[in-house]
Design a binder for this molecule. Structure first.
Ligand code: SF4
Length: 286
């Protein structure tokens, strides 16, 4: 991966300063330190967790407790270090007693994440656990159904693959979940190769290729919380797309219009049928 440009580094550093002094939601009053995220600003692989915990809040760094140690071990198992990826959370400030994030907190904080994605431009985002997965996939299907199944998407104008996996903190205490998490991680190198176009025939199948980009103005921190450009890659497959691309996109077939509704988990919405099984299998990756 080419390193981040000076402009990207400057923009992310500015965003970091904005996050560190943010008072957009009540969590600023109870946090010790905001946690912007860390890693390579030019990373092709990004991890997005839920929110800082106790140790993260104390140190101002993401994933530094036991879950962070496990994440580092998982990265090492595929030949990566945390310095080679970018690690962030949906919320940048710790909810008291590690309670679940509230919808209004996610609404307030999400523009920072969209801007991080827009600037870093990862090829693959691994969402860790339910909250991050539901927010980024814009789908209420739970992590136990969608883990390990890549989805071609476009977020903040960036074509990428979303790859949900279990949260390391949850896997720490559940051996079966840990085994599954290790299996899913082991698949990442192949997905990254595919996303780079290194797999035969993959070059014409960049996620989001050829389609329209409704709502193309990406969400920006400081812009009042508007949603990023988002669409399932299935929304507008390109004319002449290869069969492989068609089957890939079939995995994201629960296409929803970019309807301008509030972004984020909406408990009032029923879960949609899980259509990702067929797509990821037909993709031929796993
Ligand atoms: S959680 Fe996000 S929006 Fe709320 S104070 Fe922290 S940085 Fe700001």
């Amino acid at each position: 991966m080419p390193p981040a440009t000076d402009d990207t580094v400057a923009a992310l550093d500015e965003l970091r300063r904005e996050v560190e002094s943010c008072t957009r939601c009540p969590l600023h009053a109870t946090r010790t330190r905001a946690v912007f995220g860390e890693g390579d600003y030019g990373a092709e692989l990004m991890f997005v967790g839920e929110a800082p915990g106790y140790h993260e809040d104390q140190q101002g760094r993401p994933f530094v407790g036991a879950a962070g140690k496990l994440l580092e071990e998982l990265l090492a198992s595929i030949g990566l270090t945390r310095q080679q990826v970018f690690i962030a959370n949906v919320l940048k400030s710790r909810p008291p007693n590690n309670r679940d994030p509230r919808p209004e907190e996610i609404d307030a904080c999400q523009p920072y994440l969209w801007r991080q994605i827009e600037l870093i431009r990862p090829k693959v985002i691994c969402t860790l656990g339910n909250h991050a997965t539901k927010l980024l996939s814009r789908d209420q299907t739970g992590i136990t159904r969608v883990h390990g199944k890549p989805r071609a998407m476009e977020i903040s104008g960036v074509p990428l693959y979303l790859f949900p996996i279990f949260h390391p903190a949850a896997a720490l205490y559940t051996p079966a979940m840990l085994a599954t998490l290790k299996e899913d991680m082991a698949r990442l190198p192949e997905l990254l190769a595919y996303a780079r176009g290194e797999r035969p025939g993959a070059g014409a199948e960049e996620p989001g290729a050829g389609g329209e980009q409704p709502g193309a103005e990406p969400g920006r921190a400081g812009a009042g919380g508007e949603r990023p450009a988002w669409r399932p890659a299935a929304a507008a497959p390109a004319a002449g797309q290869t069969p492989a691309a068609d089957t890939l996109f079939a995995g994201a077939g629960a296409a929803r219009p970019d309807d301008g509704s509030a972004w984020g988990p909406d408990p009032s919405q029923p879960s949609e049928p899980d259509t990702t099984d067929a797509g990821s299998e037909q993709l031929g990756l796993f």
